[in-house]
Design a protein around this ligand. Structure first.
Ligand code: HPA
Ligand code: ZN
Length: 319
């Protein structure tokens, strides 16, 4: 058996399962543009990141109250616990909710309420990372971060997600400078659909301590050397990469090459309700596709424990 699982790349809105979408729509009297569950489920064939994001944002229409965010988060924690996850760092996209008129506090407090009792309820520790939408103005992210700091939001760090190409990390330097100044951890999606140059910017200009996805880094040998030398972990999401056509098939995934090059790779689920599986499903899929050895699986699990934003005492418990 490998060490306990740690999840470092998980969008809480990406755990919104079709059944919960219908339940919350009924509770909140939201009319869905789908005839029924089967109709909704027929729309999960994505061609690229944007085609997924369109459905991901549309389905958020059912998330309105603090309770909705708590219920969503509890459902994820229950599923993660069953998968053997012992620590989870969870992304939330507040701008995707505030633009619809949902108060920032309802979103943050709703998720935080579930995370506060994750240990006693589900046996896993947790932390919250606010991700900013790179296809919206950086000034909006800056203002929201200022507000989050003022309300003393229980967040461990910030990240950057949404449509990558055309929205380089360099645009968000001021936001990340502010986060660093407040002692927040910093991560960013880069090198998913975007070029290696975006990964360079994330590590050198935003000074992130982890890169989310980062699989296109392999196209730039000097970048790979840099990531290895600086021991910067990559939170890789294999099933996501297949479903968003970043790779053709799982067999084409660069995971073995990444391990071979000595990169600190971790395995994560990204948006499990949309991409065909949770972290355990991702581990099963890569084990089957690449006949990974017990040692390789243990390395992947241990990498995540080392990459987590936790105390040394908690790290020692997990190792
Ligand atoms: N990439 C970018 N933005 C996202 C993703 C992703 O995989 N999932 C949710 N928002
Ligand atoms: Zn992601």
């Amino acid at each position: 058996m490998h060490p306990p699982l740690v999840e470092l790349h998980l969008h809480i809105e990406g755990t919104l399962e079709p059944e919960l979408i219908f339940d919350l729509a009924a509770r909140n009297k939201v009319t869905l543009p789908y005839a029924d569950l089967a109709d909704l489920k027929s729309r999960y064939a994505f061609t690229d990141l944007q085609s997924f994001l369109n459905l991901y944002y549309a389905n958020m229409a059912v998330l309105l109250t603090e309770q909705d965010f708590t219920d969503l988060t509890r459902a994820y924690l229950r599923r993660a616990s069953a998968a053997g996850v012992r620590h989870a760092e969870i992304f939330v996209d507040p701008q995707a909710h505030t633009v619809r008129g949902v108060p920032l506090a309802a979103c943050i407090n709703g998720v935080a309420a579930a995370l506060r009792t994750s240990e006693s309820d589900f046996g896993l520790s947790s932390a919250l990372i606010v991700t900013f939408l790179r296809d919206r103005p950086a000034a909006e992210a800056f203002d929201m971060l200022t507000e989050l700091v003022a309300m003393n939001a229980p967040i461990v760090g910030i990240g950057l997600d949404s449509a990558e190409v055309g929205h380089p990390p360099v645009d968000f330097i001021e936001v990340f400078d502010l986060a660093h100044a407040h002692g927040l951890k910093c991560v960013a999606h880069a090198g998913e659909e975007g070029p290696p140059e975006y990964v360079w910017q994330a590590v050198q200009l935003l000074e992130v301590s982890r890169v989310d996805h980062g699989i296109r880094s392999l196209e730039d040998p000097l970048l790979v050397d840099y990531l290895v030398q600086h021991n910067i972990p990559l939170t890789v999401c294999p099933l996501s990469n297949v479903r968003l056509r970043v790779v053709d098939t799982l067999a084409d995934h660069p995971l073995p090459a990444m391990l071979e090059r000595g990169l600190t790779v971790t395995i994560n689920s990204d948006d499990p309700a949309y991409f065909g599986g949770y972290i355990d499903d991702n581990f099963t899929a890569i084990t089957d596709a690449f006949a990974l050895s017990a040692d390789q699986l243990a390395t992947l699990a241990t990498n995540a424990i080392h990459a987590a934003f936790i105390t040394d005492a908690r790290r020692a418990e997990l190792l």
